[in-house]
Design a binder for this molecule. Structure first.
Ligand SMILES: *[C@@H]1O[C@H](CO)[C@@H](O)[C@H](O)[C@H]1NC(C)=O
Length: 68
């Protein structure tokens, strides 16, 4: 019982760390995700909706929601 519990917590913690890492290393809704002088994250992440990186021009790309 004790062993199973610690395995569960180890898995739960690594899953939580993965979600947090994804959250903090990607741009959020309407945040910049690309550009000629931009050095930040080029991926997009939002907890509530799916985002993609929309190319505006070679200086600027922005994270926008997919779909309508
Ligand atoms: C991109 O930025 C450069 C330097 O600021 C500027 O000269 C150029 O007009 C910009 N290009 C576009 C497509 O906005």
């Amino acid at each position: 019982m004790q062993v199973k519990l610690s395995v569960f917590f180890t898995l739960a913690m690594s899953a939580a760390q993965f979600v947090l890492a994804q959250d903090s290393t990607c741009s959020g809704l309407y945040a910049q995700c690309g550009g000629i002088v931009y050095t930040g994250p080029t991926c997009c992440y939002d907890a509530t909706r799916e985002l993609y990186c929309d190319y505006i021009d070679h200086n600027y790309s922005v994270c926008v929601p997919t779909g309508p």
